[in-house]
Every structure is written in structure tokens, then in C-alpha cells.
Design a protein around this ligand. Sequence first.
Ligand code: HEC
Ligand code: HEC
Length: 222
Amino acid sequence: MIAVWCGFGLALGMALSANSHADGAAIAKAGAGAAPACQTCHGAAGEGVPQGGFPRLAGLGASYMQRQLDAFVAGTRVSSVMMPIAKALAVVDRAEVSAYYAALPVQAVPAAVLPAAPASAPAVAPASARVGATLAIRGRWADKLPSCEQCHGPGGRGVGSDFPALTGQGATYLANQLMAWKTGARPPGPLGLMAAVAKKLSDAEVRAVADHYASLPVRGAR
Ligand code: HEC
Ligand code: HEC
């Protein structure tokens, strides 16, 4: 009897270890090993929580997200929150959870989870709004700065798997990323494109263009 149970336990153990990584949906909902459930910060449908600084993941390119997780593991993209989480994921888990989020539909953050705007919320100054929209749509050719739309698509909806959407992300998150490229806290990425762009923006321009994209409606790219 004991031998039978031992054999059963061994077979079960082998089955579990052969399949010890969870699939993408399971990681998102329940975590994997020491990695917590992604949805506790990134939202139940991957829509993000702008006021918490948690980016949207739904609909971003799988290869883009996998590259970010790899960079958190390598420590080239600095985030005290995401570095230990990414390190707790096996390589195959990073691939599967990226594929899971890439396939989720892009949707707006439910109004219910957004705090009511305080009555005295300072509106974006019209001059700053103009600066943000101009950078987004026209760029600044005198400075060899292409428009954001040239790479991120009309309305910042994202293009393919490597140019992430900018709409659907909070202003603080967007501004933090641009500042991270200016200071080297985020790796330059493919061809160093974003580091080159960010270094041409003043701090006021970073804020203006981040506010611009955070204010646009969320629409799916693909
Ligand atoms: C405790 C909160 C928290 C949890 C849990 C969490 N994240 Fe994050 N995640 C963040 C924060 C904060 C950032 C933004 C980091 C930065 O500013 O660079 C982020 C950024 C990311 C990014 C980069 C997004 C982009 O647009 O570049 C990816 C990809 C990501 N997380 C995936 C995951 C996955 C997969 C899980 C689950 C295994 C997970 N996260 C769990 C807080 C969290
Ligand atoms: C020449 C092409 C190009 C231009 C122009 C460009 N970007 Fe990017 N952008 C990229 C690429 C490529 C990435 C992905 C970087 C990576 O994979 O690490 C990116 C990523 C980003 C991200 C990170 C998104 C996330 O989810 O973390 C932000 C924010 C961003 N760009 C903002 C802008 C803004 C604002 C402008 C205009 C001022 C702009 N970009 C212009 C190519 C470009």
C-alpha cells in the first residue's frame, strides 16, 4: 500500500515539475512562485491604474512587454517594484504572461476605480496643452525631433508589437518614463530611439506631452 502511494506521489510530482510553470492567465490572476498576481496592480483586465502609476498592459505588444520584463530582471530598467517581481518569473513565464496581456482587448479604465477629480483640480494650462499637442503631432524638425505619432501611430495608439500605445497610460507614468530615458534609468530600447527623443525634451515639454496623451480617449490599435 505504502509503495503504491509512493509511486503515485512520485508520478504526481513528476507531472507537476514537468509542468511547473503556470500559463499566462494564471500568472496574471494568481501569480507564480514568489511573483504576486499581476492584476492586483495592473487591473483586473490589464487596464492599469493611472493614479497608482501602474501602467496598462492590455494590448501592448508581446515582444515589447517581454523586453521590459527582461530589462527589469537585468536591472537596466530600474523599478523597485517591478525588478523583484520580474526576477521571480521564469523565462517561459515572462513569455506566457506577455502573450496573455498582448491578447487582451484595450479598454478604458472603469470610471468606478478613478477617484473623483477634486473640484479645484488645476486644468492643464492652454499653453502647455498646445506644446504637448504640437510635439505629439508635428515634432520639432529644427531640432531633428520627429513627432511622437511618427512612431507611436495616430493618436498614440501604438504600432505593431514594438511601438507601444501611449494612450491609456497615466500622465505620471508617461512622464516618469521620459525622465527615466533622460537620466538613463531605462534602457535605450530598439535603436536607442526613445533615449534620443527624450533627451531633446525639456522637463516642461515632458510634462506637456505626457498630459496630452493621458487626456486622449483610449482606442484599440489592432
Ligand atoms: C505591486 C504592484 C505591481 C505588481 C504586482 C506587478 N506590477 Fe508590473 N508594474 C508596476 C509598476 C509600478 C510599473 C511601472 C514601472 C516603471 O515606472 O518603470 C510596472 C510596469 C510593468 C511593465 C512595463 C509596462 C510598460 O508599458 O512598459 C510590465 C510589462 C509589467 N509591469 C508586467 C507585470 C507582470 C507580468 C506582473 C505579474 C507577474 C506585474 N507586472 C505585477 C507594478 C506592479
Ligand atoms: C523614432 C521612433 C519614436 C519616436 C519619434 C517616439 N518614440 Fe516613444 N518609443 C519608441 C520605441 C521603439 C519605444 C519602445 C522602447 C522599448 O522597447 O524599450 C517607445 C516607447 C515609449 C514610451 C514607453 C511606453 C511604456 O509603455 O512604457 C513612452 C512613454 C514614449 N515612447 C513616449 C514618446 C513620446 C512622448 C514621443 C514624442 C515626443 C515619442 N515617444 C516619440 C519609438 C519612438
